[in-house]
Design a protein around this ligand. Structure first.
Ligand SMILES: [Zn+2]
Length: 250
């Protein structure tokens, strides 16, 4: 039955065992991942995860029912969420074989996993290493894929999603609390967007305001030669500064 997999319900112990089986399958077959720490990953690794999840958790539902394709993207630019599932808008009108659903994973979340102390909760589950965090993010995205295929729409804020994610994978929340660049900046360096900071650039001590934090901080520094002008006519130069080179000031 097409929707049969929505009736699957595993208890917590079973989920833990199955998650471990998935992990061991990945270790056997991946060229990049052979421990609990992710420092290298390719789209093929996500494909392996998909195949193992299908077999171990979903009773081969994808293999037996889905005629389209899941594609995988790794991104270094996703700063707000660790995973995202993209589905064609006209999925309802598409031929089954033509459907392409993309799972995008923001790799920085996992590469930076160990930089932050404290608890790292993903979808309501306390994680202990970056591979476990990736698995749970991937599980969340798989529920999106299932919903898109079955209902042509998916929202992790809705009850239907929450029920499926809970029954299949034991997720109790839709959102993750693993560190972003901004929380790393805040916790490790004590800096936030809006802070006034100093840094040395070409032997000059400059003072400016942080307007964004990605891998580096974007700092706007007042300058008569600046090309950025605010509404009061003040001119600024923009600098991208590694976080460890910033000092907070008043
Ligand atoms: Zn979601």
């Amino acid at each position: 039955m097409f929707e049969s997999m929505l009736k699957i319900k595993y208890d917590d112990a079973t989920i833990k065992t199955k998650r471990k089986e998935v992990r061991e399958g990945l270790w056997r077959e991946s060229e990049n991942i052979n421990s609990a720490t992710i420092d290298c990953i390719s789209p093929l690794d996500l494909r392996l995860l998909y195949l193992h999840y299908d077999k171990i958790f979903l009773k081969n539902w994808f293999r037996d029912n889905f005629k389209g394709h899941v594609l995988y993207e790794l991104s270094r630019r996703m700063t707000k969420s660790a995973g995202k599932t993209k589905c064609p808008r006209n999925i309802a009108q598409m031929e089954a074989e033509d459907i392409r659903i993309i799972i995008a994973i923001g790799v920085d979340f996992f590469f930076k996993y160990d930089q932050l102390a404290g608890s790292k909760n993903v979808c309501g589950i306390e994680t202990h290493n970056s591979l476990e965090a990736l698995q749970i993010v991937f599980e969340h995205e798989l529920v999106h894929v299932l919903e898109f295929l079955l209902f042509h729409t998916s929202s992790c804020n809705k009850q239907r999603f929450k029920d499926t994610a809970k029954n299949l994978f034991g997720h109790t929340h839709s959102h993750h609390h693993i560190p972003t660049n901004q929380t790393v900046a805040r916790e490790k360096y004590g800096i936030n967007i809006g802070d006034k900071v100093q840094f040395v650039f070409e032997d000059q001590l400059l003072t400016g305001l942080i307007v964004n934090i990605t891998k580096r901080a974007t700092v706007m520094v007042k300058s008569l030669d600046g090309v950025y002008v605010d509404k009061n006519g003040t001119k600024y130069m923009k600098y991208y500064v590694p976080l460890e080179r910033l000092a907070k000031t008043r």
